[in-house]
Design a protein around this ligand. Structure first.
Ligand code: NAD
Ligand code: DAU
Length: 333
């Protein structure tokens, strides 16, 4: 199968490309990525020479490049990982979120229609449902996004729905909980806290730290997308979850303990505007089809901490450039 993976130089996309190339030696993958601050070819260093893999630098908001890649590489299926993904950035500067997450997805849908592709998997998020105090979001829950990021993802998902209903395109939309693992840009909770502590810096915990997220190890997410690419029913929406819910305070404590650091290293700072209290998804639909997460949370988070300890070459340079400027602006440092 000839696959187009968009945003494959990012955290989850790069893990997915590695997973597919290893498991399906007869597949070819084209990775179309704009290489924004979050796109990093270091994430794919070990596979860049693989003859079944090709990298193309390009913007999914540019329809011509999306069409050109589909035509030239005889693409059969697309998995859209490309997005602006960081909630705090969407609060400070939402433009790119609308361009990439909405217009970019629109261009891919147009390409799916034009080139009669066999499958399109849209990688979306549980954040489109908003925040839930009790219970879990099902695939039927209404969209109530609270940040420019989640609103841009919800808009893209609505376009997917419309293209399914109007043109009967082979679309699958996934709503996943929070990923963690190797190669995550050090602005997200886990890699930020781990690398700050490794640098001897404090960790900025928003508000009271009682916000809850559901966590999936990135390789389990790769496995879920692989599963849906091959077994998912066209036109369906799937939640991807694990049931592992943790308060940010709990995640912070686990990371502090893994690195033998004291609670004095935690700095409680002003809360994120519109901060969602809790996300939790009901993923019974996926479970009934035979998918289950394989990684144990306690072990996978320890392995994640160890990966950042052992791969300073990867994250050190990311924390020294534009990211720091952004961080200073955000916290008025
Ligand atoms: P990331 O921020 O690490 O990487 C995003 C990638 O997309 C980067 O390589 C970037 O260069 C590329 N990109 C951005 N704009 C582009 C454009 N206009 N054209 C082409 N490429 C572009 O993202 P991630 O955390 O790996 O998330 C991947 C996907 O999964 C996103 O769609 C996100 O919404 C979704 N998601 C993420 C999580 C999570 O916890 N990280 C959870 C649920 C869903
Ligand atoms: O739920 C899926 C979503 O998870 C994805 O769609 C997003 O792309 C991804 O960024 C993630 O969003 P979150 O806002 O949940 O992730 P983040 O790592 O930014 O924050 C996790 C929690 O930690 C959240 O409650 C805010 C808090 N936090 C985060 C940062 C960066 C802090 O307390 N301090 C911080 O410095």
């Amino acid at each position: 199968m000839n696959l187009l993976v968009t945003g494959g130089a990012g955290f989850a996309g790069s893990n997915f490309i590695r997973h597919i190339l290893k498991k399906y030696p007869n597949y070819t993958i084209v990775n179309l990525d704009k290489l924004t601050y979050a796109g990093n070819l270091d994430n794919l260093r070990d596979i860049e020479g693989n003859s079944n893999y090709k990298f193309i630098k390009g913007d999914i908001a540019d329809k011509r490049i999306v069409f050109k890649v589909c035509r030239n590489f005889r693409i059969e299926a697309v998995i859209n990982y490309a997005a602006e993904t960081h909630v705090d950035r969407s609060i400070l500067d939402p433009d790119a979120f609308v361009k990439t997450d909405v217009l970019g997805t629109f261009n891919i849908l147009e390409a799916v229609k034009e080139f009669k592709l066999k499958k399109f998997v849209q990688i979306s998020t549980d954040e489109v449902y908003g925040s839930i105090t009790k219970g879990k979001f099902t695939e039927e829950s209404p969209f109530l996004p609270n940040s420019p990021y989640s609103a841009s993802k919800a808009s893209a998902d609505l376009l997917c729905r419309a293209y399914l209903k109007t043109y009967n395109l082979p679309i699958i939309v996934t709503h996943s909980c929070n990923f963690y693992g190797p190669y995550q840009y050090p602005e997200k909770l886990m890699p930020l806290f781990i690398t700050n502590l490794l640098e001897g810096k404090k960790v900025p915990l928003y508000g009271d730290g009682k916000n809850v997220r559901e966590w999936i190890y990135v390789l389990d997410h790769c496995w879920a997308i692989d599963f849906l690419l091959h077994k998912g029913a066209l036109g369906e929406v799937y939640n991807i979850g694990t049931g592992t819910e943790k308060k940010n305070l709990e995640i912070t404590e686990i990371i502090l303990k893994s690195l033998n650091k004291d609670k004095k290293m935690v700095e409680h700072i002003v809360d994120r505007p519109g901060h969602d209290l809790r996300y939790a998804v009901d993923w019974t639909k996926l479970k009934k089809m035979g998918w289950n997460p394989e990684y144990d949370f306690d072990r996978a988070i320890r392995e994640t901490v160890r990966w950042y300890q052992q791969n300073e070459w990867w994250w050190k340079k990311l924390k020294s450039g534009a990211y720091l400027e952004y961080y200073k602006k955000q916290y008025r440092l």
